[in-house]
Design a protein around this ligand. Structure first.
Ligand SMILES: [Zn+2]
Length: 249
């Protein structure tokens, strides 16, 4: 299968997975399940970053470590992107003005749209490197998108959207991942010429999501149980170690 077709199918699959996840999972979605999913995703993202993405980035740059600047740049960019989005909607728990809610859901949808677009670029750039890296990056994106999308859906419903509306808009903002993949191939010459930098940037993004979004959320420890946080995290790491070892390169 061509890298283009794989990327479009993978990004569409991730959007669909979030959609189906919300439809079927949300009724039984308990905080425990969410904590498990987040811990698993954190393990997957960290392992993918250090075992697959960074080694690939270094290999493609001919072991030029200056490519790591792209990881740093991605982390800095994500920090500011988050400040922009969260600075505007973080208070929705405490405040109940309708206008505030309406504003917050646009920030969620737009912020999500941007995030998912970048996920789409990450998946496409990985498939350009190799089918193996494409599959691993897709898995890492799917793992963190599922709990993320379910959480966003809940916020959208609380903000006043009907369930169908929240589902529909959430799905639309998920489809920007497909756009990201298509855009990457539209700029394929540029991406291929700077592939090591793109992959290093994806590594920085995954590291940021795991260390700055997911793990702090786990440390809030809203539900008790020492295995809820520990075992899925380790399982996420082990899954990637196994896939890295046994997937045909
Ligand atoms: Zn994502």
């Amino acid at each position: 299968m061509s890298a283009f077709l794989s990327s479009v199918l993978a990004t569409f699959g991730v959007s669909l997975l979030s959609f189906v996840g919300i439809v079927f999972v949300v009724r039984n979605w308990k905080e425990r399940a969410e904590m498990r999913a987040i811990a698993f995703a954190a393990g997957v993202l960290l392992a993918t970053t250090f075992l697959d993405l960074l080694p690939e980035a270094l290999e493609h740059s001919g072991n030029d470590s200056s490519v790591l600047a792209a990881s740093l740049a991605a982390m800095v960019a994500f920090y500011y992107l988050e400040r922009l989005i969260h600075g505007s909607h973080k208070h929705h728990g405490e405040e109940s003005h309708t206008g505030h809610h309406a504003a917050s859901r646009y920030f969620i949808l737009v912020g999500d749209g941007i995030h998912n677009f970048i996920d789409g670029v990450a998946i496409a750039a990985s498939f350009i490197v190799s089918p193996e890296l494409g599959v691993l990056t897709t898995l890492a994106v799917a793992a963190h998108e599922l709990p993320h999308e379910v959480g966003d859906y809940a916020i959208l419903v609380r903000s006043g959207y009907t369930r169908m509306r929240a589902l529909f808009y959430n799905f639309l903002s998920g489809l920007t991942a497909v756009l990201g993949a298509v855009a990457t191939f539209a700029a394929a010459d540029f991406v291929e010429a700077n592939l090591a930098w793109f992959i290093a940037a994806v590594a920085g993004m995954f590291l940021y999501i795991a260390a700055a979004n997911l793990i702090p959320e786990l440390h809030h420890q809203r539900v008790k149980g020492r295995f809820i946080y520990g075992l899925p995290f380790l399982a996420g790491v082990i899954v990637i170690v196994l896939l890295t070892t046994y997937l045909p390169a």
